[in-house]
Design a protein around this ligand. Structure first.
Ligand code: CTP
Length: 426
């Protein structure tokens, strides 16, 4: 049996089964986790017990199944005992009701009360009717969970238990098991590290109501901040103006202009181990911003004189010492060539080269297609959701902060490796 250890003991997964038809698949998930060396304990909602008997989970897990807040044969406070025992909480299947309760902190049975008491990472695997999944209430609840760093796996599109076809099917068992193992492994590997991340555009004022800017949504930088926090880092996110919820567990400093972003980023970098600069900083600002709204008839505007903004990435790279600095290159043509030039001219450790001319990797899209360009190698990733690109960047940051011996040797050998990752195309 492979060992999946957390703090020296087999990883402990609390499996919360809520009342969806897919509850029977939770038995296979339990077995899959045990095969990977995890210890699993189960809590079930009353509705779930209508679908699969608790005796089945008891026999499979080898543990008493938590059904009630009060239990004579087990712990006097079972929900706290289970919450404190768990290294990870896996909610599978997660019904719309279970998701709503988690999003709103409702604790009215053993499952919801234990989940509220859990401070460990949470993986949520939704399964429900397509209309329930697409209901705006569920959409908002899932967004809330994601903003708190809950990992949401699936659902898939297919034929549903209710007879309809659409999105709502439980993700495949092996995908649930690997996502759970991934979250367990990621647990705390950046703990004690301080990371500063920039995100979003900057606004450079022309007058009190107008500005120069660009179309950056901030999604990539926010996803990186969430991923770094999920890995246990202390994260400062210096954000330009965006309309995104603040990621859980991240300190956010809101700024407007490039000058403010430079100051806030330098402040945070003074005590940081690494910086990842994903912001689309305006390269120029109006030399002089009017202190009143410009009137088109009275003050015809045929040109705006511009001054160059400070380059935050180059500034931080110059004084980085042994700290890691990662930048982005937003390009529309000659992507790799331009990224290599930026790596050299800015003097950073890694450039995430990003073709923003493509619909699936442009500003505002939910996916991204990037190549990680370092002085030693170039790693091309498939088109992936921005959250997965963020995970890949954070994994790379982890390697750079704590290189394993072969990785360190490879870096010294200055080899050029081209390692395309395989996976789904967008
Ligand atoms: N960057 C920065 N400060 C600036 C401009 C860019 O910190 N004033 C950072 C970005 O956050 C990104 C990297 O530099 O990490 C590259 O940004 P990009 O917009 O791709 O390139 P520029 O440096 O602006 O160069 P150009 O516009 O000529 O491509």
């Amino acid at each position: 049996m492979p060992e999946m250890l957390v703090d020296g003991h087999p990883a402990r997964v609390a499996l919360f089964v809520s009342g969806g038809i897919a509850a029977y698949k939770a038995c296979e998930v339990l077995r899959g986790l045990q095969k990977q060396g995890c210890e699993v304990r189960v809590a079930m909602t009353r509705h779930a017990t209508e679908l699969v008997g608790p005796k089945t989970f008891e026999a499979l897990s080898g543990h008493h199944v938590t059904l009630d807040l009060f239990c004579d044969e087990c712990s006097p406070i079972p929900h706290i005992e289970l919450a404190e025992w768990a290294d990870l909480a896996l909610v599978c299947p997660a019904t719309a009701n279970a998701i709503a309760k988690m999003a709103h902190g409702i604790a009215d049975d053993a499952v919801s009360t234990t989940l509220l008491a859990c401070s460990c990472p949470v993986v949520v695997v939704p399964a429900m009717n397509v209309h329930m999944w697409e209901n705006l209430a569920t959409v908002a609840n899932v967004e809330t969970l994601k903003s708190r760093n809950y990992l949401v796996v699936g659902p898939e599109t297919g034929r549903l238990a209710c007879g309809e076809s659409g999105i709502g099917k439980l993700a495949p068992v092996d995908q649930i098991v690997s996502a759970t193992l991934y979250r367990l492994r990621a647990r705390g590997d950046l703990s004690g590290k301080r990371v500063v991340i920039t995100a979003g555009p900057t606004h450079e004022p022309v007058d009190p109501v107008r500005y120069l800017s660009n179309a950056s949504s901030g999604k990539m930088g926010y996803a990186i901040a969430a991923a770094a926090a999920a890995h246990g880092a202390h994260v400062t996110l210096v954000s330009g103006p965006v309309s995104l919820p603040e990621p859980a567990g991240v300190g956010v400093v809101h700024v407007t202009t490039a000058a403010q972003m430079l100051e806030a980023t330098q402040d945070a970098f003074a005590t940081a181990d690494a910086a990842i600069l994903a912001a689309a900083v305006s390269d120029y600002r109006p030399e002089q911003a009017a202190d009143h709204k410009l009137k088109k008839a009275a003050e015809p505007l045929d040109k705006i004189s511009l001054a160059e903004n400070p380059d935050i990435l180059a500034t931080l790279s110059q004084s980085r010492g042994d700290r890691v600095v990662i930048g982005f290159a937003a390009e529309t043509n000659d992507v790799l060539e331009n990224a290599r030039k930026k790596l050299a001219s800015k003097g950073c450790d890694l450039i995430v080269a990003n073709d923003v001319s493509r619909a699936d990797s442009t500003f505002g899209s939910d996916t991204n297609r990037v190549t990680l360009v370092s002085p030693h190698d170039e790693v091309e990733l498939d088109c992936l959701p921005k959250e997965e690109v963020a995970e890949a960047i954070i994994e790379r940051l982890h390697e750079m902060l704590e290189p394993s011996e072969p990785a360190a040797e490879a870096a010294e050998a200055d080899q050029t490796l081209l390692m395309p990752r395989t996976g789904a195309e967008c």
